[in-house]
Design a protein around this ligand. Structure first.
Ligand code: FAD
Length: 288
């Protein structure tokens, strides 16, 4: 079996302890030779400086290709492009370009005065600004704000046509959800890679709440399974098994790239990668 190419998402640390946790996470996952690692941009642009610093530090010290998330929220076009320019000057050419979520407490996206109206405008401006590799978000179960599933795919096509070369999806639990989405994308003429976003379940209750906010369907069996696993203190085992099965089904269905939402906790992601055959040894052999 061909091994999947993998990538990892991190969030920027807010304090010293979190910085050590991120660095530990990088140390554990770097030997798996990810294609790239990405660093999120807090909702409402709240982590702008933290993202910039984490991206620059990871780029300088980890030896990995680093992608910076960038959103349209709470900044003018010039300010947003200046941030992208800063990434480029630090040697970072990979950007995950997003419209972004509003700050906590606000419900919908509102265009900032002088800011980008939507993700397509941001993507087009980045394309003009320099030699960036631009990735975008995609939503197998449609974004909660989409008129319908087809409108969502049409919008994704516009993002790719505006200059993006790859899409990373929202997380989901059922491989069929991804396959149906991939079919819709193909039918719409999208030929850029669509990479499944994988969320290893560190904390079922937290993931469940998050899934509700994102519009991700939750199979009923998972509630029962995690309740039983909690009683036996075997949540990690269950989480590893569920995530490995999902990834394995995706690979069987022709997927060759996986993007893991690590939440800056490396163990589950590492264990799933190992179960899929992505180990430090295999990664070295792939390079040789
Ligand atoms: P878009 O795809 O541009 O829009 C979302 C949906 O709204 C579209 O699918 C489309 O259906 C509809 N839509 C929007 N504008 C239009 C329009 N003009 N015309 C028609 N339809 C439209 N958020 C952060 O704040 N920071 C992050 O670092 C971050 N990282 C993420 C990484 C990934 C891989 C993903 C999938 C999401 C991430 N998010 C992040 C969340 C993201 O910002 C939210 O989901 C946000 O609400 C949508 O951003 P987007 O760029 O995907 O939006």
């Amino acid at each position: 079996m061909t091994l999947p190419e993998i990538s990892f998402e991190f969030f920027p640390p807010r304090d010293l302890e979190a910085s050590f946790r991120l660095w530990d996470t990088v140390q554990v996952l770097a030997p798996l030779a990810p294609r790239f690692v990405s660093v999120t941009y807090g909702a409402g642009g709240t982590t702008r400086d933290l993202t910039r610093d984490a991206v620059a530090t990871l780029h300088k010290h980890s030896g990995l290709t680093v992608a910076a998330h960038l959103t349209c929220v709470n900044a003018t076009r010039d300010e947003t492009l200046a941030i992208a320019q800063g990434f480029a000057e630090a040697g970072v050419r990979d950007i995950v370009a997003l419209r972004g979520d509003p700050p906590k407490g606000e419900t919908g996206f509102t265009q900032y005065p002088g800011g980008f109206a939507d993700s397509c405008e941001l993507i087009a401006a980045l394309k003009d600004a320099g030699p960036f590799t631009i990735r975008v978000g995609a939503y197998p179960e449609a974004h909660p704000e989409a008129a319908d599933a087809q409108a969502d795919v049409d919008w994704l096509k516009r993002k790719i046509d505006a200059g993006a070369s790859e899409a990373l999806t929202q997380f989901f639990f059922d491989p069929e959800t991804f396959f149906r989405f991939r079919d819709r994308c193909e039918k719409a003429g999208i030929d850029a890679p669509i990479v499944p976003g994988i969320l290893p379940i560190e904390n079922w209750k937290g993931v469940r709440r998050f899934a509700e906010r994102c519009g991700t369907s939750v199979p009923a069996a998972l509630d029962e399974a995690f309740a039983a696993a909690e009683r036996d203190d075997r949540q990690d085992l269950l989480a590893t098994a569920i995530c490995t099965e999902l990834c394995s089904d995706l690979l069987d269905g022709g997927v060759d790239k996986l993007h893991f939402y690590t939440m800056n906790r490396p163990e589950l992601t590492r264990d799933v990668c190992h179960a899929l055959g992505v180990t430090p040894k295999a990664s070295l052999e792939n390079v040789a």
